[in-house]
Design a protein around this ligand. Structure first.
Ligand SMILES: *Cc1c(COP(=O)(O)O)cnc(C)c1O
Length: 219
């Protein structure tokens, strides 16, 4: 795999076809560029991608600043586990905080980025290895986020670690139902391996890394 513009453009087209075949109309692609350099962002933007996902503060900040200095236009979605002490350094480059999962983070983000756009991350599989707010606690967290002055656009979830299709479907269905109940439009769910299930269950954003840029060396 390479990050050449032509290869990435072809893979973006392939992802769009997978989304359509899964029944998705208006589903956005967040290109997950963790582990790759600014050239991955450049290739994605050249292929029409407008949203970039990053996982690690230390990697994301210089990469996004460099990409913007190069004139690339995109919004940055932070999708990694978020530590409160990283919010300050991330705030200048992050447009959408997808992994808000506890009240202390709401306060931190609200304090650094007034009117910030956030998603509440849901631990929809109940696995204790997963981050995210348990489904029963999501309504309260969404309420306190709005009260603190951040804009909750939707929910974010991951499928089960074992990739089991039935449990993946159940996790995404739970997340969509919760978003609907709370009046939230966006659901960020689905990755390279499980985007079809996510789209069928109502994802509005999918987060795609390896299917666009190839395998990553582990972080
Ligand atoms: C890495 C990552 C992705 C992309 O995963 P791929 O399987 O490479 O598509 C999506 N979401 C999150 C939260 C990630 O950490």
């Amino acid at each position: 795999m390479s990050t050449s513009f032509a290869d990435v453009a072809e893979r973006v087209q392939h992802i769009r076809e997978r989304i359509l075949r899964a029944g998705g109309g208006d589903v956005g692609i967040v290109a997950v560029t963790k582990g790759f350099g600014v050239e991955a962002i450049a290739a994605a933007v050249a292929a029409g991608i407008t949203m970039v996902g990053e996982n690690y503060a230390q990697e994301a900040v210089p990469k996004v600043l460099r990409a913007r200095a190069d004139g690339l236009e995109f919004s940055t979605h932070f999708i990694g586990h978020l530590q409160s002490n990283k919010v300050r350094s991330l705030a200048p480059v992050v447009d959408v905080w997808q992994t808000i999962d506890r009240a202390s983070l709401v306060d931190e983000v609200a304090g650094r980025a007034v009117g910030a756009r956030v998603f509440v991350q849901v631990n929809a599989t109940g696995e204790d290895t997963k981050f995210g707010c348990l489904p029963g606690d999501v309504a309260a967290l969404v309420g306190s986020a709005f009260a603190a002055g951040v804009v909750v656009e939707g929910l974010m979830a991951m499928g089960p670690t074992d990739g089991d299709a039935a449990r993946t479907r159940a996790a995404f269905a739970t997340t969509r139902a919760l978003a609907d109940r709370l009046g939230l439009r966006e659901c960020s769910m689905g990755m390279s391996a499980d985007l079809e299930i996510a789209v069928a269950e109502g994802a509005t954003l999918v987060r795609i890394g390896s299917a666009l840029f190839g395998p990553r060396s582990s972080h």
